[in-house]
Ligand binder design. Structure first.
Ligand code: AHG
Ligand code: MN
Ligand code: MN
Length: 335
């Protein structure tokens, strides 16, 4: 039996009416951009493309050269496609206005071009995260405003991420399960798994525990109970993993089960989490829930139902295997 590539896979979805032609082509373009990013990362000759740039993003974070390069690749490749009305990126201050010369389409594309920037220069897994929404009103196609982007995660038509790990791996969902592809030696995306489900029984948590003193009490209590292991109230021994790239940490949970937390932190303005709702938390939550998991904020709201109030909104997040997230829910309700 021959292997299925991304084009065959999308075509099948198109034929069975699960996907329209524009979305089909848009996904291919985004996946191609990620191939380019992957090839840049993996080419030993590109040493001068690594390291810090001399610019800062709207969150005040110093951009890495690769943050800027990945952002430019995604914008350049998608803006002329004719399938999108607008773009928003973690690395841009405002929504990106597609030049007038290009035809517009009904989709809105959002991305974190390079996730896990602190890991770029030490050869640890990094990623790209993307989210696709539809414009709320087709008459605004040529004049899309920020408000048109501020839709809850449940409205995502598709979302996905590419993990630049030991292998380059694309994970995607159109709202009917999660599918996974690997980039092969011929630079083709080959389908490796469909309908991924998160294991239910887990004992792994992923959190930056060094921030514990800045968290609210329910999360502090939950993690300290995890640390008490078999003798504590949760009565099991946990294992901990923290890569520091959301894509890698959440991917591990998708495959092996467990829980990922980036909780509210008292140091951040508005006592919120570090991660960004529209570029990181919504797309990753969409995949986690499509794989049978759960994603909530620190007030027990379903992440995917939160209506964003601004483009670069940050949020505290707890996601992963359903049973484990439900345990944290109880801590939040009771404390
Ligand atoms: P980005 O590189 O896009 O700014 O994202 C980094 C994020 C996320 O990938 C990760 O989960 C988190 O920052 C790591 O934060 P710590 O510094 O607390 O490890
Ligand atoms: Mn990120
Ligand atoms: Mn980033």
């Amino acid at each position: 039996m021959g292997s299925t590539n991304l084009n065959n896979f999308l075509n099948e979805k198109y034929v069975s009416c699960q996907l329209d032609k524009e979305l089909f082509y848009l996904i291919e373009i985004v996946a191609d951009s990620c191939k380019k990013i992957s090839n840049i990362i993996r080419n030993e000759k590109n040493k001068d493309l690594f390291g810090d740039s001399n610019s800062f993003n709207i969150q005040g974070e110093q951009q890495k050269k690769l943050d800027v390069i990945a952002n430019e690749i995604l914008i350049k490749d998608t803006q002329s496609s004719g399938y999108i009305a607008g773009i928003a990126s973690e690395e841009l201050d405002d929504i990106y206005k597609i030049p007038e010369i290009y035809k517009k389409g009904k989709y809105i594309l959002l991305f974190d071009p390079l996730d896990g920037s602190s890991n770029i220069d030490v050869n640890i897994s990094i990623g790209t995260i993307f989210s696709i929404l539809e414009i709320p009103d087709k008459f605004t196609i040529n004049n899309i405003k920020e408000i048109d982007y501020l839709q809850p995660g449940i409205n995502q038509i598709a979302a996905g991420y590419v993990l630049y790990g030991p292998k380059t791996n694309l994970n995607i969902s159109f709202g009917q399960g999660v599918s996974s592809f690997f980039l092969d030696a011929y630079n083709s995306w080959i389908l490796s798994e469909e309908k991924i489900t998160i294991p239910e029984n887990t004992n792994e948590f992923s959190v930056n525990i060094s921030n514990m003193r800045f968290w609210e009490s329910p999360i502090k209590k939950y993690i300290s109970d995890c640390l008490s292991g078999l003798d504590g109230p949760l009565a099991k021994n946990y294992n901990m993993r923290w890569v520091g790239s959301m894509v890698a940490d959440v991917h591990r949970i998708l495959k092996k089960g467990g829980i990922f937390l980036y909780p509210n932190d008292f140091r951040l303005t508005g006592k919120t989490g570090k991660l960004r709702l529209m570029y990181e938390v919504n797309p990753m939550s969409f995949l986690i829930e499509q794989a049978g998991g759960l994603s909530i904020d620190c007030e027990n709201n379903s992440i995917l139902e939160i209506k964003p109030t601004k483009l670069h909104q940050r949020i505290g997040v707890i996601l992963g295997s359903r049973k484990e997230v439900n345990i944290v829910k109880k801590y939040i309700n009771e404390l």
